[in-house]
Design a protein around this ligand. Structure first.
Ligand SMILES: Cc1cc2nc3c(=O)[nH]c(=O)nc-3n(C[C@H](O)[C@H](O)[C@H](O)COP(=O)(O)OP(=O)(O)OC[C@H]3O[C@@H](n4cnc5c(N)ncnc54)[C@H](O)[C@@H]3O)c2cc1C
Length: 479
């Protein structure tokens, strides 16, 4: 019997396993699903139980499968929850939905034993598309696999450069924004590094947990995410012309000029333009050559991300309240160093100035967003696969080298048809890859492709297929 091993038990792993189990697929391969230490389904985003941690996508868009996007809304209606399609609801509700969808999928999994869910972490994947793979778990157990899909989410965050070993040892510097230490005493001065959606979550939790703490959030540009409108707007009527203009001149400078001209129309809802670019983003990204992608990351990312990844209106109101109460300061500054044994000394350089300033913090929480830097990652599996040339890291620090269908590239640059990734690891290949809409689309693509690959063993014996087109033609890892 053929076997597919899926590594990672978050929403991406769930969407993929669901697609693989779908009745009528031409493969009946066994599925081994290594979900790690968390319960399968929720992953990082939907494990929270805090009601103030809201989805940043409207409820109507949060289905797990491409052919049932409204499933979450049906689920909430069936449970009598007062949810409208345009609402932003607690993420834990979506976690409940994924768990209940999984329970149904597993019960309908076809012949007994077809799906094996393993609460272990994979620490090694070896082999190649021609001879197959071996996946090894932390306890030494291993599985032969005809295909492997990595759905491991973002990589573990590493401390910022400039944080001393002493500060890390003190326990007053938190590197992982989703794992806070238990503190003997409530902190009075909390510094959050980052001002994106993760930082906003952290600020709301910190303000609820420590009502007397003074909060400071720092980032180079000091930009909070923009806010979703309370109701979805009309699509921008000239969206396709805009995309055509971008495609005609794949250069960041030209895109910025075109976008500025478009958004200068004050009648226009800028959100509609940004949202209308979402589906086209992977295609546009792949038209950029390496230098242009690097230019985007260096000069434009800070401007694009707060417009693209917006916060729900309720969240924006809560943050604004903290600011007017004087409990939260947002500072545009670069963190130069964090030292001390607690309280910590945070040395910063405010934007546009040369003079350094020092802040004192009882607690510093690093909340700089999804980590994609795979080179020297502490993630054991990804570290092993890079060290042994099974995969290679994206040179811009955006996950792993892959093609548009998530086929991972090995040391020779060829894309392996039966070694895939889904989710944040594909940032360098697609840019837009971490949200549910992209994840469920990729889950369908990978499940369809693998079914075809496994149904054609002769083709698999050909080994990795070489699709190493040059950067800018859309299929190369940027090197
Ligand atoms: C705070 C937050 C809020 C978000 N809100 C939204 C939203 O509202 N709407 C939206 O569309 N998207 C949202 N996202 C984007 C989010 O990335 C996706 O929706 C989705 O949850 C990603 O799932 P994932 O499975 O790729 O990653 P994860 O949720 O990170 O899950 C990966 C899982 O794999 C496990 N794992 C890692 N390594 C191994 C290993 N070696 N072996 C076994 N298991 C392993 C991890 O423990 C983890 O459980 C949010 C993201 C975050 C972080």
């Amino acid at each position: 019997m053929q076997r597919i091993v899926v590594v990672g038990g978050g929403a991406a792993g769930s969407a993929l396993v669901g697609e693989l189990l779908r009745p009528g697929r031409p493969t009946e391969a066994d599925i081994v699903w290594l979900v790690g230490r968390r319960a399968p389904g929720r992953g990082i985003a939907y494990s929270t139980s805090a009601d103030h941690h809201l989805l940043n996508v409207r409820a109507a868009g949060m289905g797990l499968f491409v052919d049932d996007i409204g499933a979450f809304l049906k689920y909430t209606a069936a449970r009598g929850l007062p949810v409208k399609g345009a609402d932003f609801v607690p993420r834990s509700w979506f976690g409940d939905f994924v768990e209940s969808s999984l329970a149904r999928l597993v019960s309908e999994a076809g012949r007994p034993g077809r799906l094996s869910v393993q609460s272990r972490e994979a620490v090694a994947v070896r082999g190649d598309a021609g001879s197959g793979y071996t996946v090894t778990a932390e306890d030494g157990e291993s599985w032969r696999a005809d295909a492997v899909v990595l759905a491991v989410g973002a990589l573990p965050p590493a401390p910022l450069a400039g944080v001393t070993a002493e500060a890390l040892r003190s326990g007053a510097y938190v590197t992982d924004p989703w794992q806070w230490p238990t503190l003997a005493q409530a902190p009075e001065r909390v510094v959050v590094v980052g001002t994106g959606l993760t930082a906003v979550d952290v600020l709301l939790s910190a303000s609820a947990l420590w009502p007397h703490a003074q909060l400071t959030a720092l980032s180079r540009h000091g930009q909070l995410p923009r806010t979703h409108a309370s109701h979805p707007g009309e699509p921008y009527p000239h969206q396709q012309e805009l995309i055509d203009a971008f495609e005609a001149e794949p250069r960041i400078g030209a895109w910025l000029r075109t976008l500025r001209t478009t958004l200068a129309d004050e009648e226009l809802d800028w959100r509609a333009v940004v949202d209308g670019l979402r589906g086209a983003t992977p295609g546009l990204w792949r038209r950029l050559d390496g230098a242009e992608r690097a230019r985007f990351v260096r000069h434009l990312r800070w401007l694009w991300e707060p417009m693209r990844h917006r916060m729900p209106p309720q969240t924006a109101t809560a943050i604004a309240r903290l600011r007017t109460q004087g409990r939260l300061k947002i500072v545009a500054a670069r963190v130069l160093a964090v030292s001390g044994e607690g309280p910590l000394d945070v040395r910063i350089r405010p934007r546009g100035g040369e003079i350094q300033r020092a802040l004192t913090a009882d607690l510093v929480i690093q909340a700089t967003g999804l980590t994609t830097l795979a080179e020297r990652t502490s993630h054991p599996l990804i570290g092993q696969m890079i060290a042994e040339d099974v995969v290679r890291p994206d040179r811009l620090g955006l996950g792993l080298c892959a093609d548009a269908q998530g086929r991972l590239r090995g040391a020779d640059g060829s894309a392996a048809p039966t070694l895939r990734a889904i989710g944040t690891l594909l940032r360098g290949a697609l840019w837009e890859c971490s949200g549910l809409p992209e994840i469920r689309t990729m889950a369908r693509v990978i499940a369809d492709d693998l079914a075809r690959e496994l149904a054609a063993p002769g083709r698999r014996r050909l080994g990795a297929i070489a699709t190493g087109a040059p950067a800018g033609s859309g299929d190369a890892c940027v090197h």
